[in-house]
Design a protein around this ligand. Structure first.
Ligand code: HEM
Length: 383
């Protein structure tokens, strides 16, 4: 069986290849524009009927469509997975990746506990369903009806056919599924979670909401339908809002676990090889020794410093750092910037009838990625 994220730092060569694979499909980024247009149209429908929009669901649908098209060259609609099943599978996969597994801690007998708690069966079922999805995707790729354009999956299948040696051995079908699993799970939830938290924080902070919308609307003027990369470059406050969202709500709060290769000492503790290490990016973002009023959403805190989120400033690590840093960092950031900029430019946002700001809950859902537990429902008003 293949697994999602590998926990070892040792796969240096494999990492280079995986990163190049991810970079390979970043070039096909025009999908973002097309899918955002689709999102705007569907939100505009709710605006005309004055009905609430489930933003958590809309943002997830946006990232799923972009990633499936960019990475897999297809829309998952019409495959063995329908919309609901696909979303459920992604959610389940994150829950089991983030859940306590006895076999991680007791390699000899822990599997018995995992069987008794049902974790093992649950994992097997989810992976089997995803396996069916991948197999169908491979069949569709073999039929090859994309005008001869090679996408990410075609590339991996070609490397397998050519018996290409990557890292420790030949690329097999299971390696391909593991790479796709990494991309799927690494890419989809994280961007959607960020956009949802950002909108929830802005609704709770009307001053910041007003400021970010004014910035976007001043930049765009009244009648623009397309936001360009040049526009995004000018949206300094929006970028601060996103950084502040990542500080309080890093989508992968414990990053990806590391396995220690050789003994080292930190703060008097001797850490042994094979120890599993977790970096708590969530706690770092709320550390009162680093951040003034850490619990307060205050994007301006990034005005007078050049702390960025690219893994060089250890106070803010939404994408991790080092050799295992997120290879989709630029794609994720672009998706979040474009998604939010468009939603904030095109629409004003109101709470559903009878709700007040204090009713917006910020409870977190457990898992390897941590999103807002309850879905965010807001009423759009066309600008
Ligand atoms: C806002 C968006 C995103 C956030 C916050 C995010 C965050 C992260 C984090 C924290 C890690 C672990 C890094 C570490 O432990 O040092 C990671 C890994 C990863 N991410 Fe992202 N990610 C995002 C978007 C994406 C996108 C769009 C893709 C693909 C196009 C992607 C692909 C991956 C992959 C493949 C890994 C595993 C890397 C490895 O195992 O070495 N991510 N991401």
């Amino acid at each position: 069986m293949y697994s999602g994220f590998s926990t070892s730092e040792k796969c240096g060569e494999h990492r280079v290849n995986k990163t190049s694979c991810v970079l390979y499909f970043l070039a096909s980024f025009s999908f973002v524009q097309t899918e955002i247009k689709r999102l705007i149209d569907s939100v505009a429908e709710s605006a005309s009927s004055k009905s609430p929009v489930n933003l958590s669901e809309k943002f997830l649908a946006l990232t799923v469509s972009v990633i499936c098209k960019a990475a897999f060259g297809l829309s998952f609609q019409g495959t063995v997975l329908n919309n609901d099943r696909f979303n459920k599978l992604v959610r389940e996969a994150f829950m089991f990746l983030g859940s306590f597994s006895a076999s991680d801690f007791f390699p000899n007998g822990g599997w018995i506990i995992d069987r008794l708690t049902g974790l093992q069966g649950w994992r097997e079922r989810s992976v089997r369903d995803l396996d069916d999805f991948y197999e169908q995707m491979f069949d569709l790729h073999k039929q090859g009806n994309k005008n001869g354009v090679e996408d990410f999956v075609d590339l991996l299948l070609r490397l397998e056919k050519e018996e290409t040696v990557l890292g420790y051995g030949k690329l097999t079908r299971n390696h391909i599924k593991a790479i796709l699993m990494n991309v799927l799970l690494g890419a989809i939830n994280t961007s959607a979670i960020t956009m949802t938290w950002a909108m929830a924080e802005l609704m709770r902070n009307p001053r910041a909401m007003n400021k970010v919308q004014t910035e976007i609307r001043n930049q765009m003027g009244n009648n623009r339908s397309v936001i360009t990369l040049d526009d995004i470059d000018q949206l300094h406050y929006l970028k601060m809002v996103i950084k502040e969202t990542w500080r309080l709500h890093p989508p992968a709060p414990l990053l990806v676990p590391r396995e220690v290769i050789s003994e080292f000492e930190i703060n008097g503790y001797k850490i042994q090889p094979k120890t599993l290490l977790h970096v708590n990016a969530w706690a770092i973002g709320r550390d009162p020794d680093t951040w003034k009023d850490p619990e307060v959403f205050f994007p301006e805190r990034f005005m007078d410093n050049d702390i960025d989120a690219k893994g060089q400033n250890f106070e803010l690590l939404p994408f991790g750092s080092g050799r295992r840093i997120c290879p989709g960092m630029y794609m994720g950031t672009t998706m979040v910037e474009f998604g939010l900029a468009n939603m904030l430019y095109q629409f004003d946002w109101k709470l559903p009838e009878g709700m007040v700001v204090e009713d917006i809950d910020m409870e977190e859902a457990p898992g390897l990625t941590v999103g807002k537990k309850n879905e965010l429902l807001l009423v759009p008003v066309k600008y």
